[in-house]
Design a protein around this ligand. Structure first.
Ligand code: SF4
Length: 199
């Protein structure tokens, strides 16, 4: 579920089929893993010093199955509880994008349904990047978000595949290979085209 997703085929496909994931460069994965762990740990330590009770990664893992049969699973990096309120945090080592906000909003939407304590606590969100953070107010979990969420779940659980919308900027975020999606657009990292003929 994501605000800047234009190609819902990918969501539909992943909900219906197992697929071979595009291979990531193992060095990239290793670096990402250690940078991410460092960021999560340092944020968690700060919050603990501020008197929060901290729940980390595996402790926050959840999965939910809706009426369409689609399962949604998630694992917020940190849930921090203090003074009768909870803060749902995801740590990102890359550039910020709209999809990050929707990821945290999805956690805020789902957690009250999977863990009893969270159904009684007001939940707000936070995106922690390397050099800045972004607060996500609890009021953003509103009827508009719920209805958007339901819409995406209906598409994902539907029998008919939605249209594909290949674009370099979006395809690069999906791990679907060209074998499953021949329309996959890998142009994002391609070298720029020379324009000598124009200027
Ligand atoms: S690879 Fe691109 S076109 Fe194919 S499903 Fe993913 S986003 Fe859509």
């Amino acid at each position: 579920m994501c605000g800047d997703v234009r190609c819902h085929w990918a969501t539909w496909f992943r909900a219906h089929y197992d697929h071979d994931k595009a291979k990531r460069d193992p060095t990239w994965l290793q670096n990402w893993g250690s940078d991410h762990t460092r960021l999560v740990d340092s944020r968690a330590n700060e919050l603990e010093e501020d008197g929060y009770t901290i729940y980390l990664e595996g402790q926050n893992r959840f999965s939910l199955t809706g009426s369409t049969g689609v399962m949604i699973a998630g694992c917020p990096d940190i849930v921090a509880v203090r003074d009768g309120a909870a803060l749902v945090i995801d740590c990102k080592t890359g550039k910020s994008k709209t999809a990050d906000e929707y990821q945290v909003l999805t956690y805020m939407l789902c957690l009250p349904h999977v863990a009893k304590p969270y159904s009684r606590l007001p939940l707000s969100g936070l995106l922690q990047y390397n050099y800045h953070s972004l607060e996500i107010a609890s009021t953003r979990v509103d009827e508009r978000l719920r209805s958007h969420f339901r819409e995406v779940m209906q598409i994902a659980g539907g029998t008919e595949p939605p249209a594909k919308r290949p674009s370099g900027s979006e395809c690069r975020f999906w791990d679907i290979t060209a074998l499953d999606c021949p329309e996959r657009d890998d142009s994002y990292n391609a070298p720029p085209v020379r324009t000598d003929a124009l200027f």
